[in-house]
Structures are given as structure tokens and as C-alpha cells.
Design a protein. Structure first.
Length: 336
């Protein structure tokens, strides 16, 4: 099966986060055939509730190529034209899986071993697969993680700091607002304060940014709201301590600010000769916690069409990624 056929086959298996079983079984079968042909080993690595990562290796893995099997909703099947393959997951990250599998076959056909393929669940939601894999390393010294980077080697990626802002009030009839206390007004005041907090900038990654992603609260338009909540996400470029302190001071006395998640910004290993970039999104890499080796980030496709109704990947980028992955593995294995 060529890289285009494998991309489409994977896209056509719906694998929205928490529903990766079928695509995992497909990849296990596909890689088992490759392992049988070249003396490798394939295993399911348990995660939770019957979910599993898929790991294939040839020799003792010095380098591991890895990306995720899950996608965001909604599912829509594949199609292709002369230049692109379309469909949910085509660039994030099933085309990447296909390119990594193609690179593995190319390497094995040329006699290169001592590498692995690791495909994980849950990246789009909570990185459950990467967290589980971090507890079961296989000795790899380098981890080449795949995300849509336009086939450029990423120098650094931003992190994430996520909060919930929770406001409490007192119910009353809206005709007599003086008898109540609006949680929504408290929340809006707090959010306005947060929007005015200056955020740090990094010379490589650029500015931190903040997004107020959701707002919920109240019971009816004629009732003073007794509760309200917003979810806030900051893209980190450095130490989160300053933001935590500034945000707490800004909302003091108005809302409860709860930290939900922190993923640090990260810098990646570099390989000469590959064009470079920086990215603002977060990956599974911090959740591997270094257990699978020094990280690199590289993959075909554009993040600007990932998660959209126009998700697609250029066929030429898939083929280029096969060569880039194979070359990177060869060069890193040679260092060992």
C-alpha cells in the first residue's frame, strides 16, 4: 500500500478521541506485516479503558517516529484530487502516520534498523497515550514527533496555561436587581481585568497570547445570575509564574481562578540541512517527559487547515516527508 492509499485508509476509519480502537487495530495489523517481512516486533501498549498505543520496532530502537491516531470531531471521509488528499485527520495526523510508515519501509529496505514507530491515543484531548508511554520507555534516544509543520523542523513550540474563572452571585428577580448579586457581571468585570494584563514575549517564540474560549452562566433572562464560568487559555512562551501572579491579582475579590492545565514551552533538537520554523501550538512532546529521548518536531501538512472543514494534505508533502523522516532517522542512528 503506498502512502496515498494508506492515508486514505486511515482517514476513512473514524477515530475521534476516545474511539481509537478500530484505527489502532488496523495499524497493528499493517505494521505486523512489515515486522514479519523485516524481522520486527509489534505490540499494544495499554493506556486506559481498553485503549492502547501501537509500538513497532526493528532492533533496539535508537530513534522513534511518533504521532497520534485520534482526531477532533466531526468525522468526514477521505477524497482526493490531483494534488491533495482531503478528510478528517488527513494532515492531523493520519497522513503523518502514513509518511512515517513509508519511511520505515524505505529504511528497512535499505538495511537500516534500530528504530521504532509509536502511534498514540488521546493527543487531541488529554495526551493520555503520551502520558502512558512516558511510563513505559523502550530505550529510544531520540523522539521524532509528527505534527503539521509544513515539513520544517521546529525549533520551539509554545506551551499552555489554562484556567477556569468561576463567579458566584445571589438569585433575585430581574425587576429588583438590588436584591441580588449578578455572577455574570462579576465574571465580565474579571475578564476585562484579565484582558488588560500585559503578557510576556520571547525572542524566539514571540508574544504570549490569551483566549477566552467559553463563557457560561445564568438561568434565565429575567433572573439575576447566581453562577457563571469562563475558560481561559494562555499560550506560554516562558515561565508561567508571572502570569499566575498577575492573573490572581487582577481578579482578586471578583472570581475564583482555578488552574486546570500547564504544559511548558519547549525547545527541540535540531538537524542540519532541514528548513526550520517555530509554532504556537502544543504537542504531546512535553507529556513524554523525555522518556523516549531528545525530541524533534517535524511533519507534512499545514496547521492552518487542521481541525477545519477544509482539512487536506498535499501529496507532494507526504512524499517529501517520507524522505525527510528516513534521512533524519539514518543520521540520528549513525550518531549512536
Amino acid at each position: 500500500m503506498n502512502v496515498f492509499e494508506l492515508t486514505r485508509a486511515l482517514v476513512d476509519i473514524e477515530s475521534i478521541s476516545d474511539n481509537e480502537l478500530q484505527v489502532g487495530a488496523y495499524l497493528e495489523s499493517y505494521l505486523s506485516a512489515l515486522a514479519a517481512a523485516f524481522g520486527g516486533h509489534v505490540e499494544r501498549m495499554g493506556v486506559e479503558n481498553g485503549r492502547f498505543n501501537v509500538f513497532a520496532s526493528w532492533g533496539t530502537p535508537f530513534v522513534t517516529l511518533s504521532t497520534h491516531m485520534d482526531t477532533v470531531p466531526p468525522f468526514f471521509p477521505s477524497r482526493e484530487d490531483g494534488d491533495h488528499i482531503w478528510g478528517r485527520g488527513s494532515c492531523d495526523a493520519k497522513g503523518i502516520i502514513a509518511s512515517m510508515a513509508g519511511a520505515a519501509e524505505k529504511l528497512l529496505s535499505s538495511g537500516v534498523t534500530n528504530f521504532g514507530l509509536l502511534f498514540v491515543v488521546g493527543e487531541e484531548r488529554n495526551s493520555a497515550g503520551a502520558i502512558a508511554a512516558s511510563l513505559s520507555p523502550r530505550g529510544s534516544r531520540y523522539l521524532i514527533n509528527g505534527e503539521p509543520t509544513e515539513n520544517k523542523l521546529v525549533l520551539a513550540s509554545k506551551g499552555v496555561l489554562r484556567f477556569e474563572a468561576i463567579a458566584s452571585g445571589r438569585l433575585a428577580h430581574s425587576a429588583y436587581p438590588e436584591l441580588g448579586e449578578s455572577a455574570i457581571e462579576k465574571l465580565l468585570d474579571a475578564l476585562e481585568k484579565l484582558r488588560r494584563v500585559p503578557l510576556p514575549t520571547d525572542t524566539l517564540l514571540g508574544p504570549s497570547t490569551m483566549n477566552i474560549g467559553t463563557i457560561a452562566g445564568g438561568r434565565a433572562p429575567n433572573v439575576i445570575a447566581d453562577s457563571a464560568k469562563a475558560e481561559i487559555l494562555v499560550r506560554l512562551v516562558g515561565d508561567p509564574a508571572q502570569i499566575r501572579q498577575s492573573f490572581s491579582a487582577a481578579v482578586e475579590g471578583r472570581v475564583e481562578l482555578k488552574e486546570i492545565l500547564m504544559i511548558p514551552a519547549i525547545e527541540f533538537h535540531r538537524v542540519d540541512g532541514i528548513p526550520t520554523t517555530v509554532v504556537a501550538y502544543t504537542t504531546d512532546v512535553p507529556m513524554f517527559a523525555g522518556a523516549w529521548g531528545e525530541p524533534l518536531l517535524l511533519g507534512p501538512g499545514s496547521i492552518h487547515v487542521a481541525h477545519t472543514a477544509e482539512e487536506r494534505i498535499a501529496k507532494r508533502d507526504l512524499l517529501q516527508a517520507v524522505d525527510l523522516y528516513a534521512d533524519a532517522v539514518k543520521r540520528l542512528v549513525a550518531t549512536g
